[in-house]
Structure formats: C-alpha cells, structure tokens
Design a protein around this ligand. Structure first.
Ligand code: B12
Length: 206
C-alpha cells in the first residue's frame, strides 16, 4: 500500500520522535483525535504488511506497538470527551490466546467518553472471566476484541459458553479482520471494525 500521509508513513517507518511531534502538531492544529487515530492505524496496517512480507520481524512489531502506545497516551485526554452521564455497564476484553490490546484500549476510551462504565478485563481473557464479569455487573453488552485469525475458535467457544449460561447479554465482536461471516461463524450479535462502531452499537442497546 502506498501511504501518502506523513504520520502514517512515520509510523510505518518506526520513526518514533517524528510520530510524536506530528501527533502534537495535529492536535495543536485542531485535527480531531479520532482522525489522528485513523492515520496511526494506517501506519500500523503497513507495519503488519511488512511483517507478513518478512521485511519486518517481531522486534519491529514490538516497536510499532510501543510507538502506538505513546501516541495513544498523548491522544487519550482528547478522546475521552466530557460526557460524564452514566449510561450503563459494558464488559470488554481481548479473547483468550490474543494479547493485542491497542485497538481495544481505543474502544474503551471512546465508550468511556460516550458515558459508559467499562469493565476492562484486559487481554487473553477466558470464558469464565467474561461470564463472572457479566454476572457481577449485569452488563447488557459484552464486547470482544480479536486480531489473530487463529483465535476465532476461542472466540466461538467463549460465546457458546456465555450463551450456555443463559445470560441476557448482547455480544459485540470487533477487530481488524472481523466481518459478517466471522460474526455468523462465532455466533455474535454484532460486529465492528472501528472504535466508533462500538459506540454506535452501545447506543442502540442502551
Ligand atoms: C502491534 C502489533 C503487535 C504487538 C501488539 C502490542 C499490543 N499491546 O497490542 C505485538 C508485538 C505484541 C504483537 C504480537 C503478535 N502479533 Co501482531 N500485530 C501488531 C500490528 C502491527 C498492529 C495492531 C494494532 O495495534 N493496530 C492499531 C490498532 C489501533 O488497530 P486495531 O487493533 O485494528 O483496532 C481497531 C479496530 O480493529 C477496532 N477494534 C479492535 N478491537 C475491537 C473491539 C470491538 C468490540 C470493536 C467494535 C472494534 C474493535 O477498533 C480499533 C480502533 O479503530 C498488527 C497489524 C494489523 N494489520 O493489525 C499485527 C498482527 C495483528 N499481528 C500478527 C501476528 C502474527 C502476531 C504474532 C503471532 C507474532 C509472533 N510471531 O509472535 C504475535 C501474537 C501475540 C498474541 N498471542 O496475541 C498478525 C496476525 C495475523 C493473523 N491473521 O492472525 C498481524 C495482522 C500482522 C500481520 N499482517 O501478519 N503484534
């Protein structure tokens, strides 16, 4: 993919200082934080492509993760928003076997900003942790993040386990590769590919 945006290129080239200065510059110029996230994500997608092409290796993937995390720390106050109205509880976690959490953390920030209380279970979350949290919080919505295609079966099992408990909860899945087919396969109610999708479905349910 030929990137054209300077920030996306800086991420793809792992230029950490350049990334931070561009993020600050754009925030200062009034670019919406979510738009900046979009450019960062483009860069990360390119990092993923280079990894697949064996031009980048695990160390580059780790570095890209660090760069993204630093940029998100800078963006977080701008994503949270000022909405303090309490709309209800939402449980979220990255599914068992998967430790990618940068995207999930953005979803958490946006949901919080939209007025939800988010119970974040972290990464590599097994069925029982999801089930206990849903029971304790009586959340009507559980959101799951997945980036590894190899973790689709784990997600399917977790959803089956939740359904077996007979809990009155809607299930939203999200991540870079999920689509209608994945949603049907794992038995979820909704799917999303961006953090704002999470807010859209949450607002529908609450
Ligand atoms: C950074 C990164 C890592 C970091 C993660 C750091 C961290 N704390 O998260 C580290 C180095 C740990 C890592 C490890 C691995 N990774 Co990795 N990683 C990436 C990379 C480059 C970027 C991911 C990212 O953070 N993107 C930026 C965020 C903002 O975007 P996002 O995650 O997509 O999230 C957005 C949306 O998807 C959505 N979203 C996400 N979750 C949810 C949830 C809901 C409910 C909703 C509605 C929306 C939503 O909203 C977010 C914001 O818009 C991707 C490449 C890619 N194309 O995604 C590979 C990638 C995901 N990794 C990959 C692989 C193979 C691995 C490893 C197996 C490598 C290895 N050999 O060890 C390990 C697996 C570890 C594990 N068990 O999980 C592959 C997966 C391939 C596949 N088909 O399964 C990818 C696609 C790279 C590639 N092209 O090969 N990785």
């Amino acid at each position: 993919m030929a990137l054209t945006d300077a920030l996306a290129i800086a991420v793809a080239e792992l230029e950490d200082e350049q990334v931070m200065s561009l993020v600050k510059e754009r925030l200062g110029a009034g670019t919406p934080a979510l738009e900046i996230v979009g450019r960062l994500q483009e860069g990360m997608t390119e990092v993923g492509r280079l990894f697949e092409a064996e031009e980048y290796f695990l160390s580059e993937l780790v570095m890209a993760g660090e760069i993204m995390k630093d940029a998100m720390d800078e963006l977080e106050p701008h994503l949270k928003g000022a909405n303090q109205e309490f709309k209800g509880n939402i449980v979220i976690g990255t599914v068992r076997g998967d430790v990618h959490d940068l995207g999930k953390n953005i979803v958490v920030m946006l949901l919080k900003g939209a007025g939800y209380n988010v119970i974040d279970l972290g990464v590599d979350v097994p069925s029982d942790k999801f089930i206990d949290a849903i029971k304790d919080s009586k959340a009507p919505l559980v959101a799951m993040s997945v980036l590894l295609t190899g973790c689709q079966d784990a997600m399917k099992d977790i959803i089956a386990d939740i359904r077996k408990e007979g809990l009155d909860v809607k299930i939203l899945i999200g991540g870079n590769y999920v689509d209608e087919i994945v949603k049907e396969n794992v038995g979820a109610d909704f799917f999303g590919t961006s953090a704002s999708d999470a807010v859209k479905y949450a607002d529908q349910i609450f």
